[in-house]
Design a protein around this ligand. Structure first.
Ligand code: 5GP
Length: 125
């Protein structure tokens, strides 16, 4: 069920529990700003999620409230994971779903990294 992008942060969301280690995840990378883990229901050969360590509902919330250090650290972590997975050549896709029209289901900002295969056009209608 898509979320409302303007909702307040819910500490009990599934990715908050993953960050706290209350739910297992297949860790790909971690630093001071971000945690990356493979998606439980992969939509491509490689499907990894990168989440900020801070409590942000969505890209909208993060871009409005996060510090420059948090934003810089998170963006660098996404790039690092893609490079570490060997995706730069032949390429990959980033996706952040936001709110109802974006189809966002988990109310903690996450960037999807898709790769390992040709990914087709941008949007399925
Ligand atoms: P959204 O639709 O919010 O952009 O994407 C949420 C993603 O989180 C989905 O791709 C879904 O498969 C993934 N997901 C949901 N619950 C879990 C979980 O408990 N563990 C992992 N690794 N991924 C999850």
């Amino acid at each position: 069920m898509p979320i409302d992008a303007t909702q307040s942060y819910d500490d009990e969301n599934i990715f908050a529990k993953i960050l706290r280690g209350e739910i297992p995840s297949s860790k790909v990378y971690e630093d001071d700003w971000a945690y990356a883990f493979d998606d439980i229901n992969p939509q491509a050969e490689i499907h990894t999620l990168v989440i900020p360590k801070g409590a942000y509902v969505s890209w909208d919330d993060f871009s409005a409230r996060a510090s420059d250090a948090e934003i810089g650290g998170f963006v660098r972590a996404v790039g690092h994971v893609a490079r570490a997975k060997g995706l730069v050549e032949p390429g990959y896709r980033l996706l952040a779903n936001i709110g109802a029209h974006g189809g966002q289901e988990v109310p903690h900002l996450h960037v999807h990294i898709f790769g390992g295969q040709p990914l087709g056009r941008m949007i399925c209608n």
